[in-house]
Design a protein around this ligand. Structure first.
Ligand code: PLP
Length: 236
């Protein structure tokens, strides 16, 4: 049976191959290991294998893991939807947030960020494929939101994040990812100084890297298939 270290190696090999295809240095794409539904022991296994950046979707579950692994220098990224009543937990426990899609959430994160911590690193989630059920700001509103978020004192705006609907093939995946890259470039042309474009998962990281992703969020290819508790099943 293959273990987490072996799967992590395989993901690094995929990232390197995709970067090679795109004539990009492999150092231009960071790997975020998505550990939702997996325990602190799995995170620790991946950490021992060299992985230091982890993404979590469910705030309560994440806070338990973060507390249990306090002894390890892990960078924690919040990649799940954030309700207003959860912003304090996020502000107190995470290093990054990828899922800011309205100013109110950003304002609360800035106000609630503890003074002894560095600024929260923030990406704005963009709904690039116009899917009506998805969170994320519309592409037309991204610049205004980015400009407002960039002014908040305890946040540092780093970039954009997107989660497109699964597409039929590589070309279709690239079409949507390139729209996100175009928006990222447009915001930088407007002077925002972004360095992070968070897109690509286990199934589509090659298309994301071909389209200009700088951070891929990979879960099942590292940790295996997820088993959701009934209460949090996305299909329920
Ligand atoms: C679960 C999740 C991932 C990882 O998905 P895999 O297909 O397991 O790689 C990435 N991004 C977000 C926002 C997720 O919720």
């Amino acid at each position: 049976m293959d273990n987490i270290a072996t799967r992590l190696d395989a993901v690094h090999a995929r990232i390197e191959a995709a970067c090679g295809q795109a004539l990009r240095p492999s150092s231009s794409v960071a790997l975020l290991a998505v550990s939702k539904t997996f325990g602190a022991d799995a995170v620790e296994d991946a950490f021992v294998a060299g992985q230091t950046r982890f993404g979590e979707n469910y705030i309560q579950e994440a806070v338990q893991k973060i507390s249990a692994l306090r002894h390890l220098p892990i960078e924690w990224h919040c990649i799940g939807p954030i309700q207003s009543n959860k912003t304090r937990l996020v502000a107190e426990h995470f290093d990054w947030v990828h899922t800011v899609d309205r100013l109110k959430i950003a304002q609360r994160l800035s106000e609630q960020r503890p003074a002894n911590l560095p600024p929260m690193q923030v990406c704005i989630q963009v709904n690039v494929d116009g899917s009506p059920t998805k969170s994320g700001v519309g592409p037309d509103e991204a610049l205004a939101l980015a400009q407002a978020v960039a002014k908040l004192p305890n946040l540092r705006l780093r970039g954009l994040m997107c989660i497109p609907e699964p597409a039929s093939d590589f070309a279709a995946e690239c079409l949507v990812f390139k729209r996100a890259r175009g928006l990222f470039d447009a915001l930088n042309a407007a002077g925002l100084g972004l360095d992070t474009l968070s897109m690509g998962m286990s199934g589509d990281l090659e298309a994301a890297i071909a389209s200009g992703s700088t951070m891929v969020r990979v879960g099942s290819a590292i940790f295996g298939a997820r088993h959701y508790a009934a209460a949090e099943s996305p299909a329920s």
